[in-house]
Design a protein around this ligand. Sequence first.
Ligand code: E4P
Length: 215
Amino acid sequence: MKLFIDTANVEEIKKANDMGIICGVTTNPSLIAKEGRKFEEVVREITQIVDGPISAEVISLDSEGMIREAVELAKIHKNIIIKIPMTAEGLKAVKVLSSENIKTNVTLIFSAGQALLAARAGATYVSPFVGRLDDISTDGMELISEIVDIFNYHNIKSEIIAASIRHPMHVTQAARIGCHIATVPYKVLVQMTKHPLTDRGIEQFLKDWETVPKN
Ligand code: E4P
């Protein structure tokens, strides 16, 4: 399973990229708003850090508006993926954009039926939200599992991005059931690097090293 980082913060993106663990970035309007900077400026900067798919989301609700925004965003860099909300208008936009070879990531997916429609419309990626389903006492990982099964069974090429990831277990569970990608907040990536036995092991190795004759 590939890992993307789910943030618009360029410092976090640099740190994750330097560790060699991510190969893409997802943003959304809320993540962009947190940075207090111009959308296009942030997206441009991200393209200079990560050489991989970078999702930038449209704001329009009608397909014509979405397509207009998408065409402008796609001009920023060849790696830009247009994030489109999962609506009937969104699907219309995805169909047009895919026929123009502009890649899309259909977002805010909360059912397997929505994922199937997005794939059939021509989405490059579909983004089911795990954490937001868990928040309303619905098993988000079960949705990932359903979509993985359906896409495998029908040989559907759209890649599944497990989104709205809240903790390390979400990542390993998504990997275990064959999800293609997880987009992970920086905080969770850092949590994944840690284990108390690793810290204890390093401490012990350094302590023992002090007893090794040096000359
Ligand atoms: C990524 O594509 C999504 O926009 C993001 O993962 C949503 O995460 P949240 O539910 O934590 O806001």
